[in-house]
Unconditional design. Structure first.
Length: 332
């Protein structure tokens, strides 16, 4: 089976690797994002999937700014693909492109559709407190992740999963499931199932401001968001004014947080959300909309990651200090 592969992320590279390993599948071309400036020196750098494809000798590789441009469609048609496989590509495929290969365009989506259509399904699953998620191989249609479902695979969500750890497992699961779907397609055994659009939920692309912690939320919700938003946009808050040094925004990322089920000695109750209600060996304890939350790992702007104890050594907080939702003149 002749395949054109479209992908740009490290996660998509896992699927490309699995396809290249199968003797029944042949990658006749790859489409990925153009090289972008990266790093302190802003050197143009290929995306992770393109870098892997070059390493494996995949060619030709097309890097269009606009995937649906007529000259790009003509180039892809020249590859004569039986099917196009899309994983975390980053551009919308138009009607003409979707209809180009005889077997259509298959997408590996990192959720159990129709739940969490959109750009951030992994973050949404963790933030919502779901016990399981998975991947769905679907035949792409013109809408947002609304095509027929072809194959599902389930993955549990662990209590300490971040978006990074869960994405790593889903990337491997998607690779295995996509190859399985393609083999079923070769044998004529791949059947589609329409989605129930009434059950669809959306996980829109994350914005930086989404990471701002609302301390009036329940502790469990905040703790899940800390994990879901790692590494981006990051869950963050702002230090009290008295602890902000000149030239520092006062913004800190909360990298790890622990819900205190039992209230230790010295931790006060009944304080306003966002208020430091106690100091324990592992870090500052903060009041939320219900229970107390200990900040066990943080990263102040312009500094390194540090555990809660090290943070307190450099920023001596006391009971009654209050984290704020914003800082004047600071762009979220």
């Amino acid at each position: 089976m002749r395949i054109v592969f479209m992908g740009s992320s490290e996660a998509s590279a896992y699927t490309l690797r699995a396809i290249l390993k199968s003797p029944l599948l042949k990658v006749v071309g790859m489409v990925t994002q153009p090289d972008r400036p990266s790093g302190r020196r802003q050197r143009f750098t290929p995306c992770p999937c393109k870098a892997y494809a070059i390493q494996r000798g995949v060619e030709p590789i097309v890097c269009p700014e606009k995937i649906n441009a007529p000259e790009v469609l003509e180039q892809i048609a020249g590859f004569k693909p039986d099917v196009i496989v899309v994983v975390a590509f980053g551009q919308f495929l138009g009607k003409r492109l979707l209809a180009l290969p005889p077997h259509g365009c298959l997408n590996g989506h990192f959720s159990l559709l129709p739940k969490y259509r959109g750009a951030a399904p992994v973050q949404a699953a963790i933030a919502s407190g779901d016990a399981v998620t998975g991947v769905t191989i679907m035949r792409m249609a013109e809408g947002m992740d609304d095509g027929d479902m072809l194959l599902h695979a389930i993955e549990p969500i662990c209590s300490d999963d971040t978006a990074v750890t869960l994405m790593d497992r889903l990337a491997i699961l998607n690779a295995v499931t996509m190859v399985k779907a393609l083999k079923l397609m070769i044998n004529g055994e791949l059947k589609g199932e329409p989605q129930n659009h009434a059950l669809a939920t959306f996980a829109s692309k994350m914005q930086k401001a989404d990471g701002l912690i609302g301390w009036d939320l329940p502790a469990a919700v905040i703790e899940r968001r800390v994990r879901a938003f790692d590494p981006w946009p990051g869950a963050f808050t702002f230090m009290p004014e008295r602890l902000r040094k000149p030239g520092w925004t006062g913004r800190i990322k909360v990298l790890q947080a622990e819900i205190l089920k039992d209230v230790p000695d010295g931790v006060q109750t009944g304080l306003a959300p966002g208020t430091v209600c106690g100091i324990v060996p592992t870090g500052p304890v903060v009041a939320t909309g219900d229970r107390a939350l200990c900040l066990t790992a943080v990263q102040p702007d312009g500094s390194r990651r540090m555990d809660g104890k090290s943070f307190l050594n450099g920023h001596p907080m006391v009971i009654g200090d209050r984290f704020t939702d914003a800082a004047e003149g600071v762009q979220l």
